[in-house]
Design a protein around this ligand. Structure first.
Ligand SMILES: [Fe+2]
Length: 495
């Protein structure tokens, strides 16, 4: 098992023997007219961010909104001119925003990973990763030695798990953000891959997967994070999978035609884009992993799914953000950390609804909504939802979205707030209005809470929207003292 758990990732990352190519000068790259977007991929302070209050820009904290927004993302990229090979390989840093009636306080801390320790000590990019070759003398003995813990977070009891996708969750104290170490579910599963996009059922049960070439390990965990069961399943191909969906009865694994074909390190270079091949969607019964169906969809690439549900006749539907080519992940995100952005219309993803019929047919309904980082009301995870929130709107001269939107599948209507070209909009999370504040429990009765990097103000902001009305802008906003590096995903913990 240990050998299997290591096989896919290490086979490509530890084949490394070359130093990263010399980067172009960070200082020579020109910022865009919209402001210096490179703030989003600059190193954070090594010591993290000390607790500080955000400055209120307008509005008041809505009655009933309190708790903590945790966000994870790469926060360290370079030692002088020695630059990590890919945006996805920056060291994980947790941003913590505490929301109370009196305002918002922020603190931030790096996940104390083996990778971060080794590289801080040597003041060099050493370890291999998703798009980084690493050095010949990189001390790598397991997946977790190269685990960047930089992609998302999951709150489990008093712990915060910093998630990657090629190794273990990294356990942290949810209050102090002190790192406790990799989570081992069972001795023989040490270092096994665990997705950055686990799915939590309304019951609290947690599902995750670890992809290993043309196989996946399925994790079924209790609400307190202990292992209930796990098993290996065969996949139709070794397609790169960053996200998946889980409905009431099924695990749904869309395998895109971006397929690991070679052992060429780093990992991303092992992937071949097969534009003439379909997306193959594997549907597995939660109660019997041997019961499986396969659907085919037209070729497309994706990073993120939203959520899935089942109709009464057994039809399965889920939302996903689809693009025409994986150019951004393959090369664009490598250039970002060098301060270069070229843009590519084929990399812009659009919101789509996938329908899997009981008769084996699959349909793809592509909307015109520019969309990434889809988010739904987590209380109905795996159940019918109408509303999906997403960022969108991309410019030619800088990376990142400038709009926050919702799309309603029932009405086909979008609701959008445009922050303007000085803003890079990050993932917004739905926070339900509690019953004590008049919450009805209906889908999307609550707020979207998210962060924005304001390039003009050179500061990160936190905005709160009424979930049913984005177009009128945030109901309350605060600004940090810091421009924190752009993150990927977060979670909101309500008291
Ligand atoms: Fe993601």
């Amino acid at each position: 098992m240990t050998d299997l758990s290591r096989r896919s990732f290490l086979s490509t990352v530890t084949g490394a023997g070359l130093m990263a190519a010399a980067p172009k000068s960070w200082a020579a790259a020109a910022p865009s007219a919209s402001g210096d977007w490179r703030l989003g991929v600059a190193n954070a302070p090594a010591e993290g961010y000390a607790p500080s209050a955000l400055t209120r820009l307008h509005g008041q904290m809505p009655k009933g909104l309190s708790g903590t927004l945790y966000r994870n993302g790469p926060g360290w990229f370079r030692y002088g001119d020695d630059v990590t090979g890919h945006w996805f390989d920056g060291d994980g840093m947790i941003q913590k925003y505490d929301l109370t009636a009196s305002g918002v306080r922020h603190t931030g801390r790096f996940v104390d990973t083996v990778k971060h320790r080794v590289e801080q000590k040597r003041q060099a990019i050493v370890m291999p990763g998703f798009g980084t070759k690493g050095r010949a003398d990189a001390p790598v003995t397991s997946n977790d030695d190269v685990n960047a813990a930089n992609t998302s977070v999951l709150r489990v009891g008093d712990e915060l798990w910093a998630l990657w996708e090629g190794g273990s969750p990294y356990r942290m104290d949810a209050q102090t953000l002190l790192t406790r170490g990799p989570k081992t579910f069972r001795d023989d599963l040490k270092g096994m891959a665990f997705l950055a996009h686990p799915k939590v059922e309304p019951s609290g049960r947690i599902w995750s997967a670890g992809f290993m070439g043309a196989k996946a390990w399925i994790w079924q965990l209790s609400p307190n994070g202990e292992m209930e069961q796990g098993a290996i399943i065969d996949l139709p191909a070794a397609g790169y999978a960053h996200d998946w969906v889980v409905s009431e009865h099924y695990l749904i694994l869309p395998m895109q035609p971006w397929v690991a074909k070679t052992r060429t390190p780093p990992f991303v270079d092992s992937l071949v884009w097969e534009a003439d091949q379909p997306i193959r969607v594997l549907v597995v019964d939660k109660t019997d992993f041997s019961k499986r169906r396969l659907f085919e969809l037209p070729s497309a690439t994706y990073f993120h799914t939203g959520d899935a549900w089942e109709d009464s006749d057994g039809t399965i539907r889920f939302d996903v953000c689809l693009a025409k080519s994986p150019q951004f992940g393959a090369t664009g995100a490598r250039e970002l950390v060098k301060g270069i952005y070229k843009g590519d219309e084929h990399t812009e993803a659009h919101l789509a609804l996938i329908t899997l019929r009981p008769n084996g047919k699959a349909e793809m309904e592509l909307t015109k909504a520019s969309a990434e980082f889809p988010q739904t009301d987590h209380r109905v995870q795996g159940l019918r939802h109408d509303l999906v929130a997403h960022v969108g709107g991309y410019l030619k001269d800088r990376p990142g979205a400038h709009m926050l939107s919702t799309y309603n599948w029932r009405t086909g209507k979008s609701d959008t707030h445009d922050f303007g070209h000085d803003a890079i909009v990050e993932e917004a999370l739905f926070v339900p209005r509690p019953a004590t504040a008049g919450g009805t429990g209906k889908e999307a009765d609550g707020w979207f809470v998210g962060t924005v990097l304001n390039l003009k103000a050179r500061a990160t902001e936190l905005h709160v929207f009424d979930a049913g009305n984005l177009k009128d802008g945030p109901v309350a906003s605060w600004r940090s003292q810091h421009a924190t590096p752009l993150g990927f995903h977060g979670t909101f913990a309500q008291p």
